[in-house]
Ligand binder design. Sequence first.
Ligand code: SAM
Length: 291
Amino acid sequence: KLLDVASPKRTKEVIQKHGFTLKKSLGQNFLTDANILHKIAASANLSTDKGALEIGPGIGALTQQLAKVAGKVVAVEIDGRLLPILEETLSAYPHASVVHGDVLKLDLDKLWREHFAECSKVSVVANLPYYVTTPIIMKLLEQKLPLEYIVVMIQREVAERMSARPGGKEYGSLSIAVQYYAEPDIVAIVPPTVFIPQPNVDSAVIRLKLRETPPVQVEDEALFFEVVHACFAQRRKTISNNLLASLFDKASKPAMEAILASCGIEPQRRGETLSIAEYASLANAILAYRQ
Ligand code: SAM
């Protein structure tokens, strides 16, 4: 049986053996720390009846750990040069398969039907390519796939924005979008030293537990997110001024003030002080006014 690739020495050996050159443009920073790999895999509560979808397996360091605990592993990799390497590092795990493609273009419903039909639950577990962290996570959340967890290594700063509570400068439309679909918690803060090559920033492992129902009742999701984006358009402006720059005009200012009053929201507040519940009641009141 082959050794795990979870060490700097083994990673360098595998890369050298195959003459592989890392591509910065694809976010190729490989994890080489066994403890962190175990921690990521363990955070998804996997078991032999469950599946794991990995995005960007690289040379398979995390894939191996997932295959040890999950009943089925599917790893989507954009870089075809990694396929022969993965064939070798995953040869001991027939229940782990690699799909060659760009996760942002892939039909994930089809992938689910083809690979995960037998699984009781499925989680996404990955050390994400940092140049596309947010689009990947938002695709997974917005598509409402039947996911249990999303456990991902991402930039620390992005993890902090995703899990931020109202009131601080990290809190914004990304916090609200993520927390509308999931409950976030940061599992670990990770220094650059555990990667080859080292990224320029600190990283964090964030775990999103997908909600079965949203935490607030929203009548029109598109309008809810439109209101959120409008209120954060210019962070130093009041919500009143931000709303007047987008969803309302001068003529409808009295109506806007009445709507804010009916929600108990002071027009002088800034977007970063409103809770998700307040955004939901504001969006619902705007919808009622429009109807
Ligand atoms: N899982 C490995 C590890 O932890 O060592 C590699 C992680 S590396 C940060 C990101 C991986 O994602 C690379 O293998 C890269 O080729 C792949 N990747 C980049 N963009 C992708 C995309 N759009 N779809 C699928 N994989 C992608």
